[in-house]
Design a protein around this ligand. Structure first.
Ligand code: TXA
Ligand code: MG
Length: 338
């Protein structure tokens, strides 16, 4: 596999995962990891996720000797249940992982992605791939290879195309090293599923604590270029259509109620989007970034427009219910609107 060889030589490979596309470098190679920060324009204080292909690799990349017996138990319970999958676990890192990958932290976030091409790439390379999402820093996350090509094309040695990402939002980042288990970033593994397995977990995201816990929690992350405002379902269906605005509904019934209440000229169809007709949070997550990309590409800032010359200057979005993958969607919406 050529991509794995590129990683072994210290190059950059963009690859599909079940959540979003990653921009990978050999996690054991500091110079290679530095290139990731450079390509993304990512500040050095924002640590990367270390992708592995097998739990056994943890003994090489993490320092499990620092864990208490209880934490180890939690680790293996979670790994068995959710790996491969959209869950990143914060653990003490081993000396082999260079400090640049973890922004100088003594811990690193690890996960086994649920995607065959990614697993093959990792296994054939050095066994640990440091990768953030493959987008310029602060921009919308890429759920398709074309977005990576568009935004980072020349800066990457090779882009593996695995089609549309299945989950659509990034992994849940979970810190199991402290006395209480904390969700540092809500994501593709719902809080409810984690709690069912290991009991209560705390919301340790920046939104909850008002502090800078997980560096990637900076407020204006995941931002589209078009101004975006988020509303409750109730508020959303009371908004009046105006030309130049796009409406991003969570579910079909909210859109229908809203449509009924419109009095002015017929809203432009292209500017009205629904994440899930039936109101499924998983379905909504899968098309969330893609739909935002689509609307954002029609804004007045970058000059492109939808068919019929429609240009969007503002996006009004509806919060998802705060359950299942809705928590991850709402987190991204809040930050896109910040
Ligand atoms: O689904 C995903 O997680 C995707 C795919 C490519 O795996 N990756 C991703 O990476 O979203 P990135 O770099 O965009 O986000 C990594 C998140 C950030 O919020 C970062 O602060 C947090 O993980 N993180 C990484 N290492 C950490 C650590 N040692 N302690 C706390 N948070 C950490
Ligand atoms: Mg990211």
């Amino acid at each position: 596999m050529r991509a794995a060889e590129i990683l072994r030589m210290g190059g950059l490979v963009a690859f599909p995962t079940e959540t979003v596309y990653g921009l990978g470098a050999d996690a054991y190679n500091a110079a290679a990891v530095a290139k990731v920060f450079e390509a993304k324009g990512r500040p050095r204080f924002d640590p990367l996720i270390i992708h592995i292909a097998a739990v056994e690799t943890l003994t090489n990349a993490a320092d499990l000797s620092q864990l208490t017996k209880e934490t180890k138990q939690k680790l293996y319970l979670l790994a068995e249940k959710f790996w491969p999958g959209p869950l990143s676990l914060v653990l003490p890192k081993s000396d082999k992982i260079p400090g640049i990958a973890t922004a100088g932290l003594s811990t690193a976030a690890f996960r086994i992605p649920g995607h065959d091409a990614a697993l093959k790439l990792i296994a054939l390379s050095g066994g640990a791939v440091a990768a953030p999402s493959a987008n310029p820093f602060g921009a919308l996350s890429p759920t398709r290879a074309e977005y990576v090509r568009d935004k980072l094309g020349e800066k990457v040695d090779i882009i593996l195309d695995g089609g549309a990402a299945r989950v659509g939002v990034e992994s849940t980042v979970l810190d199991i090293t402290g006395d209480s288990v904390k969700i540092l970033r809500p994501g593709g593994t719902p809080k409810e599923a984690i709690e069912k397995l290991i009991g209560a977990v705390e919301d340790g995201s920046a939104a909850a604590e008002g502090v800078f816990v997980s560096p990637g929690q900076s407020k204006s992350h995941y931002a589209p270029k078009t101004p975006l405002k988020v509303f409750s379902r109730e508020e959303m269906i009371n908004l009046l259509y105006e030309k130049g605005s796009a409406f991003l509904f969570f579910d079909g019934s909210a859109r229908d109620e809203w449509l009924k209440a419109q009095t002015a000229d017929t809203p432009a169809k292209e500017a009205i989007k629904v994440l899930s007709e039936s109101g499924s949070t998983a379905e909504a997550a899968a098309c969330f970034f893609e739909t935002l990309h689509e609307l954002d590409n029609c804004n007045t800032v970058n000059g492109r427009s939808l068919e019929k010359g429609l240009e969007i200057s503002c996006i009004y979005a509806q919060f998802a219910p705060q359950e299942g993958l809705g928590a991850a969607i709402n987190d991204r919406l809040r930050r896109a609107g910040a």
